[in-house]
Write a protein that binds this ligand. Structure first.
Ligand code: ZN
Ligand code: ZN
Length: 369
């Protein structure tokens, strides 16, 4: 015969442990050795020991008997029942797997992809969308019963939607609660099912909704529209609708976060002499001063001409990346002028020495990608 366990040792507590100390020791150990989470050999045995120890020590009468006479003192007192209930009380679920289909369940979330023009994403827009979703049946209002009739209380579960079964397990007898097989957990039985939904209480419906897209969204932004998902079960709340934003490309503009990038070609004279030019922005043309001697690749920042920030005030900038256009065809007059210019510039070529600035430019080239 195996040696009987010492209940205090099993829980790892001292002889005068308080009820709270017992409880927290038990909680810890039961979690650790629960057969659902611990498949190591011996874990199940250990779990049984822990349960038995707690069942005895948490009961004043049994603890007193055990303290005075040891295991002999417990003769005739059951030490192996109710463990499932102890466990359930602690952790909110039993070992049999609790499945109550009558409990309210939240409806499923839905997703709707919306395609926006570049400008609509920047400045926001209101859109009417059509959504096809499972919805509460419009004929029976979700009851599943044909109008004029009413569902009757299920005789099997007496309307509770669940049935209790006492099961014998290695831990002793346990109460198992499952959905009522007769009514499927609803607690009521529909004798004349709704003609529209065949008693399911749900139908496929198309609904129109107005969706407000705030300024500053970008490709992939999700907008949650609360309570516009599928209906819940058993009076559970509806799910949510997630509108996922897709943004079309623009002919000229690109976005980098809340900045707008624009590639702009200027001519040789504008680059060499400097100029004030009209630059397209999302809100029409705006003046930009190009200083004399501007090099290709230079970036000009037009403050506050970018995308409004989505979650705070203010907006990004527009970054203008300048390239210098070398003419591919020239007129006779331009040829003459270039030749005269060429004489003044000379014919010497110089390899360009790399500067710290060039390194930095490489590093930052992500901005002009
Ligand atoms: Zn219906
Ligand atoms: Zn029932």
């Amino acid at each position: 015969m195996p040696e009987k366990q010492d209940y205090y040792d099993s829980l790892g507590v001292g002889r005068n442990a308080s009820a709270d100390e017992l409880k927290s020791a038990y909680r810890q150990l039961a979690k650790e050795y629960h057969p659902d989470v611990n498949s190591e050999p011996g874990a199940e045995e250990r779990f049984k020991e822990v349960n038995e120890a707690y069942a005895v020590l948490s009961d004043q009468e049994r603890r007193a008997a055990y303290d005075r006479f040891g295991h002999v003192g417990l003769k005739g007192m059951p030490t192996d029942f109710g463990f499932g209930d102890i466990f359930e009380e602690f952790f909110g679920f039993g070992l049999g797997g609790r499945q109550r289909r009558s409990a309210p369940r939240r409806g499923a979330d839905l997703r709707y992809d919306i395609n926006l023009e570049f400008e609509e994403a920047v400045f926001g827009v209101e859109r009417e969308i059509e959504l096809t979703r499972r919805d509460t049946c419009s004929r029976c209002n979700g009851s599943g019963a044909e109008p004029g009739t009413t569902p009757v209380r299920c005789p099997t579960c007496d309307g509770a939607g669940e049935v209790r079964q006492v099961r014998q397990t290695f831990l002793g007898s346990m109460v198992n609660v499952t959905a009522c097989p007769n009514c499927g957990g609803r607690g009521e039985i529909v004798s004349s099912p709704c003609l529209n939904c065949s008693g399911r209480g749900i139908e496929q419906l198309s609904v129109q909704r107005k969706i407000s897209i705030p300024p500053g969204v970008s490709d992939g932004t999700q907008i949650r529209v609360s309570g516009e998902g599928e209906p819940g079960l058993n009076r559970g709340p509806r799910g949510d609708l997630y509108v996922v934003v897709r943004v079309k490309k623009h002919r000229f503009f690109r976005r980098k976060n809340d900045d707008i990038l624009l590639d702009l070609s200027i001519n040789l004279a504008q680059a060499a002499l400097g100029s004030e030019i009209d630059v397209p922005t999302l809100e029409g043309d705006d003046k930009l001063r190009i200083p004399a001697g501007t090099q290709p690749g230079r970036i000009f920042r037009m403050r506050g001409k970018g995308v409004p920030h989505l979650k705070r005030n203010g907006r990004g900038d527009q970054l203008v990346v300048v390239s210098v256009d070398i003419p591919k065809t020239i007129t006779a007059e331009q040829r003459e002028l270039f030749e005269r210019l060429s004489e003044t510039l000379g014919s010497e070529v110089i390899p360009q020495e790399r500067s710290l600035f060039d390194d930095l430019k490489d590093l930052l080239s992500g901005i002009v990608d």
